[in-house]
Design a protein around this ligand. Structure first.
Ligand code: PHB
Length: 391
């Protein structure tokens, strides 16, 4: 009896020692990302950016080896995202959660981060309120109000007086609509119509007919980046809205580099506001795009890849400051106020909101070296998410 008890104690302490050992020299990141389904390119781009960061900076931070595991959440599927995160933490032993292509995925996992005090690094999901759902969330991507306010200001200054808004009917679309309308009407602009389109498989034609009948100076639109934007642009051209002189302005999700090549000349002249363009004029970005092309031939880097890249920067720099301790309180304190030069430009993490502060650029689609590109021509520097003021 005594002998058995002693053995059991020894076995237990041995088990605990090995578990602690594994944790002390390794930090595991659990990625929750859409790797399949209609938004599969989000997962691809975010992971490409994150892996390129590791290629540039090595896989050891503060003496710990950085490893990662990826779980596919298939897109807008909150239950799958939640289960994926639970498995990453409970089964895989992930100490940090990262990724989150879409807002519903970030909303679904935030309670787990809050309850378990697990750092959660948002690399895309861009609804303003995401960061308020857990004190352990930090965002390295953007918010929709952050890009929509500068677009409204540009419209006011460029003779656009009446706007019809068209947005996807979920978090980021609601945020884009609200902020655009606020900034535009406060500056004297008029909203002549508002419509929200389904998040999955929308047919834009009937909505665009309504817009055409209302004859606004411009449409302001947001749909999640990818095939939807391309199909919106096609309907806009086919219905003859551009011929009627109805302009199209948007956040840069529309002219995302992942689909820009497929849009053709219809995209020429489009004006958008956004935080990243793959032709951003800086040495860091030239190196980024060149190394990206080498690592992932045939894939063009977009803002999501940049979210993955800078999200890894947050993880590496916070861990350096905590001397390799990934526990929630310490990690988040270390992440607050980080500031650095990214390939997208200067950026920092607002210590109050844990959200990203960055330059927002106004861009026009032009041909550069034979290729469609978002050419920046104006900048709003160090711009904070204006959506937070409302909350
Ligand atoms: C989001 O779901 O938060 C989201 C998705 C795609 C975008 C922007 C935001 O282009």
């Amino acid at each position: 009896m005594r002998f058995t008890k002693a053995l059991l104690t020894a076995a237990l302490s041995f088990g605990m020692a090995t578990a602690a050992q594994a944790q002390s020299d390794e930090i595991k990141i659990g990625f929750v990302l859409p790797m399949s389904g209609p938004h599969a390119e989000y997962g691809l781009q975010i992971l490409n950016g994150a892996k390129l960061y590791m290629q540039h900076h090595g896989d050891t931070v503060a003496g710990k080896k950085i490893t990662y595991v990826v779980r596919d959440d298939t897109g807008v599927a909150p239950e799958i995202s939640k289960r994926a995160a639970q498995e990453l933490v409970n089964r895989e032993g992930a100490q940090i959660l990262a990724g989150f292509g879409l807002t519903p995925s970030a909303f679904a996992v935030a309670p787990l981060s809050a309850q378990g005090k697990i750092p959660m690094i948002v690399m895309n999901a861009a609804t303003s309120s995401v960061t308020t759902r857990s004190p352990y969330i930090v965002r390295a991507s953007m918010t929709l109000p952050q890009n929509s306010a500068p677009m409204a200001t540009w419209a006011l200054r460029n003779g656009i007086k009446n706007v019809y808004t068209v947005v996807a009917d979920y978090g980021p679309g609601h945020d884009a609509e609200k902020q655009f309308i606020k900034t535009f009407t406060e500056g004297g602009g008029k909203i002549v119509g508002e419509v929200r389109t389904p998040v999955q498989n929308p047919d834009f034609a009937p909505y665009l007919q309504r817009v055409k009948d209302a004859k606004p100076d411009a449409i302001f639109m947001f749909v999640p980046s990818g095939a939807q934007g391309a199909s919106f642009l096609k309907s806009y051209a086919e219905r003859g809205l551009s011929k009627e002189g109805i302009r199209l302005i948007a956040t840069g999700d529309l002219t995302d580099e992942h689909v820009l090549d497929s849009m053709g000349d219809e995209a020429l002249g489009l004006i958008t506001a956004f935080h990243y363009s793959d032709v951003h004029d800086s040495d860091l970005n030239r190196k980024y795009t060149q190394d990206y092309a080498k690592a992932y031939p045939g894939v063009r880097p977009n803002f999501m890849s940049m979210g993955g890249y800078d999200g890894m920067h947050v993880i590496y720099e916070a861990l350096k400051k905590t001397n390799g301790d990934p526990s929630g309180e310490k990690f988040i304190e270390a992440a607050k106020g980080l500031s650095w030069e990214s390939p997208r430009g200067p950026m920092s993490i607002d210590p109050e909101t844990r959200d990203v502060v960055q330059n927002i650029y106004i861009r026009e689609v032009k041909r550069v070296d034979g290729r469609l590109a978002n050419v920046e021509f104006d900048v709003i520097e160090n711009f904070k998410d204006p959506g937070k003021a409302e909350k």
